[in-house]
Design a binder for this molecule. Sequence first.
Ligand code: ADP
Ligand code: ZN
Length: 722
Amino acid sequence: MMKKAKEELKAVFGFDAFRSNQAEIVQHVLEKNDTIVLMPTGGGKSICFQIPALLFEGTTLVISPLISLMKDQVEALRANGVSAAYFNSSLTDAERNQIVFKARAGEYKLLYMAPETIMPNLKTWLGELNISLVAIDEAHCVSMWGHDFRPEYTQLEQLRQFWPHVPYVALTATADKSTRHEIETKLGLKNPKTFLSSFDRPNLSLNVRGNMKKNRKEDEVLSFIAGRPNQSGIIYCLSRRETEEWSEFLSVNGINAKHYHAGLSSEDRSKIQEDFITDRVPIITATIAFGMGIDKSNVRWVIHNNLPKNIEGYYQEIGRAGRDGLPSETLLFYNMRDVKLLADFARESEHGEVLLEKLNRMLNYAESQTCRRKTLLSYFSENLPDDCRNCDVCNNPPDFIDGTIIAQMAMSGVLRTDEKIGANMLVQLLRGAKTSELMSKGYHTLKTYGAGNQFSVDEWQHFINQLINLGLIEIAYAENFNLRITDFGRQVLSGESVIKLAEFKKKQLASTASDVMTTSVNAELFEMLRVLRRQIADTENVPPYVVFSDASLHHMADALPASYAEMKDISGVGNQKLAKYGEIFLTEIAKYTNKSADFGEIPSRARANRKPSKQKGGTYKITLELYHEGLRLPEIAEKRGMAKSTVANHLVKLFEDGEAIDLNQFIDKAQINRVLDAVKSTKVADRLTPIFEALNQEVPYEDIRFSLGILQREGKLSEFAV
Ligand code: ADP
Ligand code: ZN
């Protein structure tokens, strides 16, 4: 049985091996047992019921609460040649009738349904189907205490009684223990076995920046994005206003970004989601309303503009990055003003204490001086044995100094103001600031006034945060955030205990994505394949990742398959996709490697399904038209949703084909000469990446492309391989 399962995994999905736990889960389900699957987002839950669905006779019923996700999953299955459908309120009556008709005829291996459509149809057509497996996705929706409670989920227990001999599998990415327990009891599962995967997502890098001025934050975000061209990302904000400010700020700076929040009309919201999923708009600034129903696997980074309310939410939000398993980055900004705001919200709500405690844990994470992944996973009761080496603390570990005197200084400031001082004013006091507020309170006469002026504001904040984390000082949230000395603090104050503090260091982010991308990828070819994927996706009206995931494209750019046989070895290339897209992608790769376009035996199905690759002429023509309309490079790129380097590629090729294009307008002489020098030193004139590297990644790809076009025309490249 498992041998067959592995064969299907490669033939249908194009994957060579099961991931950890998938094999055990599939086997358990195939043996017709009830199963609970707890796996983080991106862990690969779908395979756990899709492979059994293919192997069982009859139809697998998949219950899923999110309409947009259903559509994406069904599209992805169909792209792999699996017959599947979804049934929900978004369909017309005619469409539903057709699905019912086909379902009754047993045509679907998988049928996705929204929970509210189950009960009304159970007594009629649904109940008559030959159901072989029931999969309940997002099973945490059964939990009344969770954030996604769906009343319809509580009716699913009746479903369990309806098909008593059919195996059930419940899946979720929600990790907390009470939810796990509720899933087990409320869905009526029979002696289910629970498979708990690690919630670690090692491909996500974790970075945090504290107390940064707005303009510095903006600069950092700009250079972060500039270092990651063509990558998709989300910036999460606390308020609607901030999402608008960020999208405006990015747009003004020439970055293609849109904002999303619940205040927009539902048409606008679905349009923006669609633009994001199809890679037309790579960057979305959003409130946390964005992302729930999105299955986009190639989100490369997530930035938080503010501290999230709790770790559960934070983990879910950063989890939207890197679902394809490729290295992805997360960056969290926070400042004490947000914390105060969130604490105020929390205090006013019904379960104030719990919420404050959760906020506190979140803050602890942000201020952690040890491996962040350890801190994060410990929240989910998981212990990581080693430091992760993929977080800012691991990459830039603090040096520890004897902090006893520093701590005593700060705490005596707190005591001398009768514990009626907040962190900001304490810093002012220690530094001897001449503010009217200090003066009016008479604090300038205290002994501690100015006693710590050898440290900057940033340094003091950094130290005080640690004193809070170490438990010497606590914040009285309910009393204006004044600081209090704890018992442990008093021990340090009296010299009974000593402490160590992390020294203050300016942190640095990896400046470009290539610093963190461990996959050795030919960036230029990847870009070509990405554009090709986009064109196919547009023609077929599906999201690009349904055609191929980023992981598959990286694998192709790396392995350079030159035949159908080699293409089949690429992860994510199953039979259907090999037949449908094999030739188009092989041709593009052959063009790049200058190899012959003889790909060996064409699989028989390929002939039938093959589509003429006629998009090429069209896409060049569009670029040419925009050029003649007088648009500049960034504008063409933006309009077309392409990388500037791709548009540059179009323009140079059009130029070489004799179109009237003035390449010199795009680039100045000095830059051309730099590229010429790099060509001379690398002796390469037909590939961009070596030149890009030789120029310390300082000259953008489009500039290199233009330079090569001009140099070629001037006959300066004739001695190099072209
Ligand atoms: P989840 O539902 O747990 O968030 P998915 O089922 O969407 O995760 O899978 C996440 C990604 O991992 C998808 O891009 C999927 O194609 C890929 N994937 C799943 N299983 C495997 C596997 N065995 N080998 C390679 N890729 C896999
Ligand atoms: Zn770490």
